[in-house]
Design a protein around this ligand. Structure first.
Ligand code: COA
Ligand code: MG
Length: 326
């Protein structure tokens, strides 16, 4: 281990994070009754410019009146380059003191962006005498934000998670996209001809580098990496495939832009009964090895070591949190 110890941030379930535009008041109760781990109340891009003020009022009322059933509640404020953002923070924090858990900062570009919001939130918390400390989640969705992702991740003690905002990221980098967060038919590898002259074409994962880069920056600062939206909410298999890729790279969850995606995200990012059983077998095998004074040991013909123990322990902790039999 390095002498620099990375402390993990406040631990929360973040398998699914549902987007709820504050312009649609009928969605609040439905979101609260659903199975999303985190709900983000959106004042940014899902709300039309003429509707911003009304949406902010809706948001304050919903934070005060709706029974959110213990869910983690985040507020996506407008960008720092707009004239709405300061009132989003001031009005909501003063109008619904102590109700929010997180603020989501869109299009985070530099560490100074986070510093600015931190300053504002710190003053409001002191003035309103609210002791619950709000955490930050940052969307990495511009070329500038990706370039500065490491500094952004380390910019505030309030930071909890980084989110890959694939749609704006594609716009910012001028990437070609067909469906938000999905693959692209032109991003593939054409194999050389085989003996019969036949060639294969394999679709590649166009988001691999960006997501990996964000995952590394998040984990190096103890933050949760979260994958962003998948636009085609009628394509459950497409969502599951993208969520699986994100989970394999280390993400802890994914956005749901429609209720149909919540269960899929919870399933992909929550441990299955088989994974729980396997984690228990790993721990048992390692305990037996330790009793015999061995460091590394084989299970089912494969090496398991200290890293396997850590992974198994993380999985079992989550299973316990979800009330699964462990
Ligand atoms: N939160 C809670 N409930 C939602 C919801 C959401 N985000 N989106 C849809 N629902 C509800 C609908 O009200 C409907 O409820 P009902 O069965 O009681 O009538 C049900 O889920 C099915 O919704 P559906 O009719 O298929 O969708 P829609 O046409 O009402 O809305 C979207 C589709 C995409 C416009 C909507 O889901 C949405 O606004 N999602 C968030 C998008 C967003 O915020 N994007 C920004 C981040 S990328
Ligand atoms: Mg965006």
């Amino acid at each position: 281990m390095s002498f620099t110890i990375v402390e993990p941030v406040t631990s929360r379930l973040n398998r699914s994070e549902l987007a709820v535009p504050c312009s649609r008041v009928e969605l609040f109760e439905k979101a609260a009754k659903g199975a999303a781990d985190v709900i983000f109340l959106d004042l940014e891009d899902a709300v039309a410019p003429d509707d911003k003020e009304r949406a902010r009022k809706n948001c304050i009322q919903a934070l005060n009146d709706v029974d959110w059933r213990g869910k983690t509640i985040s507020l996506r404020v407008n960008g720092l380059d707009t004239h709405w953002m300061y009132r989003d923070v001031v009005d909501v924090l003063e109008g619904a003191p102590g109700k929010l858990d997180l603020i989501m900062i869109p299009k985070a570009g530099t560490a100074a962006d986070i510093y600015a919001v931190d300053m504002l939130v710190t003053q409001i918390e002191a003035a309103t005498k609210v002791t619950k400390r709000i955490g930050f989640e940052m969307i990495i969705e511009t070329a500038l934000g990706m370039q500065n992702v490491d500094a952004i991740a380390g910019a505030s003690k309030r930071n909890e998670s980084l989110h890959f905002g694939v749609a704006d990221y594609a716009a910012s980098t001028k990437a070609k996209t067909v469906n938000i967060g999905g693959p692209h038919p032109q991003y593939g590898v054409l194999t050389d001809k085989d003996a019969d002259g036949k060639r294969d074409y394999f679709w590649g994962d166009v988001w691999h580098y960006a997501l990996s880069r964000m995952v590394v920056a998040a984990r190096a600062h103890g933050l949760r990496p979260i994958d962003g939206p998948f636009g085609d909410f009628s394509d459950a298999d497409g969502f599951r495939a993208q969520a699986n890729r994100a989970a394999v790279l280390g993400c802890e969850g994914k956005w749901a832009i429609h209720p149909s995606q919540i269960g899929l995200a919870n399933e992909v990012f929550g441990p299955s009964a088989a994974e729980v059983a396997n984690a228990k077998r790993i721990l048992d095998a390692m305990l037996a090895a330790q009793r015999e004074g061995k460091g590394a040991v084989a299970l089912d013909g494969k090496l398991i070591d200290n890293a396997s123990i850590k992974q198994a322990q993380v999985l079992l902790n989550m299973a316990q949190r979800l009330g699964m039999a462990v």
